[in-house]
Design a binder for this molecule. Structure first.
Ligand code: TMP
Length: 224
């Protein structure tokens, strides 16, 4: 079976990962690769529904408080669907998959942020995702203060411009984000082969240059 290459992007809200993912996709395509991009939660029809339930801060007004374990299970339902519909078919076809967030987000946000524990998340990953691991994870970890500031500003802007609200996570307190930050550090230390952490607040171009270097060192040139 020919297998493509699976890259995930991780970091706190506002870490700049989405911008970096888009730029990396454009560059890889210009180098002749076929690239499939997606984000979690979302990306499939089912996943987009799950996303709007989980991220909209108005959800709880109609649904009532979402239990942490329900939140975790919905994140994994989204993931199972996107593995089935998008990720595995793309990898089997030999494409490069760039995914904005994956199971590390569940370990950081639900495992640490909601304090459900890493073990439970990793067990879900084995059961629901067949333990499908990224080949490479690019973890953007600028300082906690910088990330929080950007996330809150961005959410305010999106709400004003589009009338959509994805702020259910962004309104959490600083302790929640501190635990997430620490969890990402722990994951990076635990899996140094898979996780490449980029820690500083360099500009978009500098960080993109570093990302390209890391990726180029890992993937072979495409056969045209
Ligand atoms: P983003 O698409 O802007 O990164 O937002 C997704 C939000 O969902 C973000 O606040 C992190 C959260 N999230 C989790 O809590 N657990 C998960 O497993 C995933 C994929 C996302």
């Amino acid at each position: 079976m020919q297998r493509g290459y699976f890259i995930t992007f991780e970091g706190l809200d506002g870490s700049g990962k989405t911008t970096q993912l888009r730029r990396l996709a454009a560059w890889l395509e210009s180098e002749g690769h076929t690239v499939v991009t997606l984000r979690q939660p979302g990306g499939t029809t089912l996943g987009d529904r799950i996303r709007s339930i989980l991220l909209d801060s108005r959800s709880e007004a109609t649904l009532g408080p979402i239990a942490p374990l329900a939140e975790m299970a919905l994140m994994f339902a989204d993931r199972a669907q996107s593995i089935h519909e998008i990720i595995l078919p793309a990898l089997v076809a030999g494409h490069i998959v760039l995914c904005d967030r994956y199971t590390d987000s569940s370990e950081a946000y639900q495992g640490a942020g909601r304090q459900l524990g890493s073990e439970r998340i990793l067990a879900m990953h084995r059961a629901v995702c067949n333990n499908l691991q990224p080949d490479l994870t690019l973890l953007l970890l600028p300082s906690l203060d910088a990330s929080l500031h950007r996330a809150r500003r961005r959410n305010l802007r999106t709400t004003q411009q589009k009338g959509t609200d994805e702020g259910r996570f962004e309104r959490e307190d600083d302790g929640f984000y501190r635990r997430i930050y620490q969890a990402y550090e722990t994951i990076a230390a635990r899996e140094p082969q898979r996780v490449a952490a980029i820690r500083d607040d360099a500009g978009i171009e500098d960080i993109q240059a570093r990302i390209r270097q890391i990726v180029a060192a890992r993937i072979a040139a495409p056969v045209i």
